[in-house]
Design a protein around this ligand. Sequence first.
Ligand SMILES: Nc1ncnc2c1ncn2[C@@H]1O[C@H](COP(=O)(O)OP(=O)(O)OP(=O)(O)O)[C@@H](O)[C@H]1O
Ligand SMILES: [Mg+2]
Length: 262
Amino acid sequence: MATVVSVAIQKGGSGKTTTALNLAAALHRQGKTVLLVDLDPQANLTQSLGYGEPQGITMYQLLRDEGAGQDTDYTRALIGIREGFDLLPAALELAMSEVELVSIFGRERLLSRILAPALPKYDFVFIDCPPAVGMLTVNALAMSQLVLMPLQAEFLPLKGVKSFHDFTLARVKKQLNPDIDLLGIVLTRYDERKTMNREVLQQLEAAYPGKVFDTRIRTNIALAKAQELGTDIFTHDDRSKGAEDYRRLAAELIDRMKKTKK
Ligand SMILES: Nc1ncnc2c1ncn2[C@@H]1O[C@H](COP(=O)(O)OP(=O)(O)OP(=O)(O)O)[C@@H](O)[C@H]1O
Ligand SMILES: [Mg+2]
């Protein structure tokens, strides 16, 4: 049965998509089966896997049909990237879901219902969330056991983390999904030579003890390049710092999951 992980925080450009993609790719290389779900209308994850213009069905139609009370077959939208490494793509039209789903009965659990038949088939499902807390993110959180928050250490991000953790997550846990837990916070585009980066790390560790990943994702242009080329970091440059960091993050994730027993 899959462990469902939402990669989420309302702050834009914090490394969510890069982390969802490359962490999933790292776990796949370690023999895990992974489903990536692009739940962001920006469709960066879909583009980053080389499907800039998805021709077929995307998350938008699945959510719309599920919302209309139809039986939705998620495999209609499924793109097989590699054996055991699949993508449910997004396109810009997904932005309409935020509005269209508001008045639907059971609106927070549409994604959960769509993906229920997929869960026995994968070890992991990673959901790449948009940088906002709307219907899409709430649907992702409602069905996740774990949340991973990537964060760029450049700016003082504590306020954003606090509002996401103390408000959004706490409410989801209380009202929708008591099983959800914060897996951890991972710092991205980290440069330990920068005082600000070290300060952010210290503050986060003080505010969320035990929740900050030991692995930090360093700034590495190969990560951006891989996305531009429509592939993951390991396929693009297996020996880059980015590949090394995401490999290490995958190992730490497995370790942390053993500790939280998920
Ligand atoms: N460690 C890194 N080193 C260099 N560039 C990075 C790194 N991580 C991410 N980037 C680049 O920074 C940009 C933002 O990253 P990403 O798209 O993963 O953030 P995001 O949180 O998903 O953004 P959004 O909130 O818009 O969805 C991308 O162009 C990506 O290639
Ligand atoms: Mg993104």
